[in-house]
Write a protein that binds this ligand. Structure first.
Ligand code: B12
Ligand code: SF4
Length: 436
């Protein structure tokens, strides 16, 4: 089969920019489309290519201009990319009308809100981890079998009943023995950079899902609540496949979710003398529970960690089901500063924030050792507990705005005032970054 996997362009819309001319919130994100490389890794025997529209904005026009119709087109999308992908899928169907490429969508939004894609332009939605499922789907299509019985695969029937069955996930879903096809994006390598931490970056997935279930987070639904780790040897293999790229970002939402595996992995990196700078996500309570593990990881190359601090108020943390506390956040910062690991800190600004709250957060961050603070705005992503609780209150339902930098819930302050304070906070953080 001739398979084309498409990474949507940087998209999503900004209210501060459109309504108030505040452009200081714009961020440019870069990184390789690892999901598509992972899927391609399990498509041995097929002709596969990746069109990364974040790295190559005119890639889609070039694809449409080609004479050959792909047999299968696969799209990935987070929530703010869902509408863009719907448009692109429609254009594929229109361009190759009569030739019937099979169009499949998977990824974060397809997993948390699959019914959203039950519309023209698509043939199948894949829910959750896709490395094994997509291979089974491609096999069924190759052999002319009906794929709907494959767990995680749902046939699109616009206007008709669309009920994805509940799926179970296990280690087999990781197809551990086959590496991602890093070679498919080789032409764009120089564009995959992590500014602020150290230039050219390669992505490695060490685990999927999470050990926790915070109310705003869509990660647990990717694996039905399970935490699944790759084998240590597969992780080492992938790190080595990235060649001389000096910086590795472990893209897992919670890299140290299984501390025993994390310990063996760090020891193996040290034993093999792999000298890479590493950035990974860790929970504050994991740092506090096991500082020795962090020390070991620092030796193994861990240069920076991303921590979801989210809030500086315990009652708000409880409401988010974060199962951590301000005290643990502060203790984690102290431990990491002593070890010498830099911290990238995520914070969530609730739409009910007033002046006081913005000021308190700004003071906290300014007096902390966080090297790169990243405040985003609380956004109920469909499929999360937060969405189930608050969806009736949404004032913006257009998913283009679900970029985590728009208030889609009503703000307590006047909207412009809210965005101005948010923008001021971002500017202040910019100074903080330059200072640290
Ligand atoms: C790396 C990353 C990025 C990179 C993406 C690089 C790229 N793809 O081009 C960059 C930095 C560009 C980025 C940007 C953004 N990101 Co981001 N990002 C991540 C991160 C850390 C890792 C993603 C990853 O590579 N995972 C590894 C792969 C292998 O796993 P996977 O993506 O889950 O893929 C599996 C399945 O989903 C499925 N699958 C995926 N695609 C497809 C396609 C098909 C056809 C099939 C069959 C299956 C399938 O199979 C895969 C293998 O099992 C995740 C957090 C996380 N840990 O998942 C957040 C995350 C995906 N990002 C998120 C968000 C919100 C954003 C931004 C809006 C900015 C922001 N505020 O963070 C922007 C949106 C981009 C835009 N259009 O502007 C959210 C998405 C939530 C949601 N539902 O919308 C996440 C989950 C973070 C979070 N905790 O909330 N991001
Ligand atoms: S926010 Fe972090 S700790 Fe909470 S469920 Fe998501 S990935 Fe896990």
């Amino acid at each position: 089969m001739n398979i084309v996997l498409i990474n949507p362009p940087n998209c999503g819309r900004s209210i501060p920019e459109e309504e108030f001319g505040i452009t200081s919130l714009k961020m440019i994100f870069r990184g390789e489309p690892l999901a598509l490389e992972v899927l391609a890794g399990n498509l041995v025997g097929h002709e596969v290519r990746i069109v990364d529209l974040k790295a190559e904005p005119d890639g889609f026009a070039k694809l449409l201009a080609e004479g050959t119709c792909p047999d299968i087109v696969g799209f990935t999308a987070v929530t703010c990319e869902a509408n863009t992908v719907i448009k692109l899928a429609g254009e594929i169907k229109k361009r190759f009308v009569g030739k019937s490429p099979v169009v499949v969508v998977g990824g974060h939004h397809a997993s948390c809100d699959p019914v959203y894609f039950n519309r023209d332009g698509f043939d199948y939605v894949v829910v959750g981890l896709g490395k094994l499922t997509f291979r089974l789907l491609v096999d069924a299509l190759t052999e002319g079998r009906e794929p709907s019985a494959i767990p995680g695969v749902v046939r699109v029937r616009p206007g008709d009943v669309f009920t994805p069955s509940v799926r179970k996930y296990d280690f087999a879903d990781l197809v551990d023995h086959l590496p991602p096809r890093y070679d498919l994006v080789e032409a764009h390598r120089d564009k995959y950079v992590m500014s602020g931490v150290g230039g050219k970056v390669g992505f490695v997935a060490t685990a999927f899902g999470c050990t926790h279930c915070c109310s705003f987070c869509s990660i647990p639904s990717m694996t039905g609540g399970r935490y699944l780790s790759h084998s240590v040897e597969a992780i080492i293999r992938d790190m080595r496949l990235l060649g001389d790229i000096p910086l590795i970002r472990f893209v897992d939402a919670n890299t140290f979710g299984d501390p025993a595996i994390a310990k063996v992995l760090a020891e193996r990196i040290l034993e093999l003398g792999i000298e890479k700078k590493i950035v990974a996500d860790v929970r504050a309570d994991t740092v506090v529970a096991d500082p020795a593990l962090m020390r070991l990881w620092h030796e193994a190359g861990l240069a920076a960690v991303v921590i979801g601090f989210e809030e500086i108020d315990d009652s708000r943390l409880r409401l988010m089901n974060k199962r951590s506390s301000l005290q643990k956040n502060i203790a984690a910062l102290q431990i990491l500063a002593e070890i010498g690991i830099r911290v990238i800190g995520d914070f969530i600004i609730s739409p009910d924030y007033g002046h006081e709250d913005f000021e308190r957060l700004s003071r906290f961050i300014d007096s902390s050792s966080i090297a790169l603070p990243i405040p985003s705005i609380l956004t109920p992503i469909p499929g999360t507990a937060l969405y189930r609780r608050l969806h009736k209150e949404l004032v913006i339902t257009d998913l283009d705005y679900y970029t985590f930098s728009n208030a889609v819930l009503p703000t307590n302050l006047a909207t412009q005032e809210f965005y101005t304070l948010y923008s001021d906070l971002m500017k202040q953080l910019h100074h903080h970054i330059q200072k640290s």
